[in-house]
Design a protein around this ligand. Structure first.
Ligand code: IPE
Ligand code: IPE
Ligand code: MG
Length: 237
């Protein structure tokens, strides 16, 4: 990483292109996912070393349950095995692991592995790694709305008490807004990723499929972020 670059506080990565990467090589989609997740582990370590404080990783959307059962099952097993092996090293390097998404209908083994990682790393003070699994931005807003409505019904909150801070406090995780979202594979869309948190994020869409996304590509992304002029609705400087 070049010196004197501003490192975005909260980076989101939409991990995409595993399937096409495999297809290009005549391999199964599963092989693409395996390769993609090994790469992801290395990118997490690199982002951690580069000083990224919050890293949100979109690895399975609520809509991804529409895929063939074979692929969904493979991904679920891959999450469990990665959590038990590769991602232990990341925790050992001080990362705190949190999860965003609905628990239902994730398999028990996945939930157990997630709970174990969250519990084991809860006092870690390094980079926060937020895994978005069975995550949808719309569902997060729906779940937030229901929690707030319930508190109003129970008399814990009045309508006038509801502020933007209240909304923030009822999201899945307590994270700062996204500064920078990277989506690999060339698709130019959010696909339901952190809709609320991305309001003033900068976006970057490299064409690279995720299994080919290297530390060098991550550096190039940060260089691109440094070229952006963020205004947050104010005047141009
Ligand atoms: C992203 O790769 C990984 C997940 C959604 C879990 P894809 O599986 O979407 O790969 P493409 O988009 O089909 O190439
Ligand atoms: C978005 O990728 C979800 C994740 C990367 C986890 P998809 O591959 O599912 O998105 P679409 O279907 O191309 O929009
Ligand atoms: Mg995709």
């Amino acid at each position: 990483m070049e010196k004197d670059l501003i490192i975005p506080t909260h980076v989101g990565i939409i991990v995409d292109g595993n399937g096409r990467w495999a297809q290009q090589r005549g391999l199964s989609r599963s092989a693409g996912h395996r390769e993609g997740f090994t790469r992801l582990k290395n990118i997490c370590i690199y982002a951690q070393e580069s000083g990224v404080k919050y890293l949100s990783l979109y690895v399975f959307s609520t809509e991804n349950f529409k895929r063939a059962k074979l692929e969904v099952d493979f991904l679920m097993n891959l999450f469990v095995s990665m959590f038990h092996t590769e991602f232990q090293e990341i925790m050992d390097r001080g990362a705190k692991i949190v999860f965003s998404g609905r628990r239902e209908p994730l398999p028990k083994e996945v939930l157990e592995a997630m709970d174990e990682m969250a519990e084991k790393s809860k006092n870690n003070t390094g980079t926060v790694l937020n895994f978005c699994i069975n995550y949808g931005g719309q569902t997060e807003i729906l779940d937030m709305t229901k929690k707030i409505a319930q508190e109003v019904l129970e008399g814990k909150l009045t309508i006038d008490d509801i502020t933007l801070d209240t909304l923030h406090d009822h999201l899945y995780q307590d994270l700062p807004p996204l500064d920078f979202v990277i989506r690999t594979s060339g698709e130019l869309r959010l696909s339901n990723f952190m809709l609320y948190q991305a309001s003033y994020a900068e976006f970057y869409f490299p064409k690279t499929y995720f299994p080919d996304f290297t530390e060098h590509d991550f550096d190039a992304a940060i260089v691109e972020f440094n070229k952006r002029n963020r205004r947050f609705g104010g005047n141009a400087s």
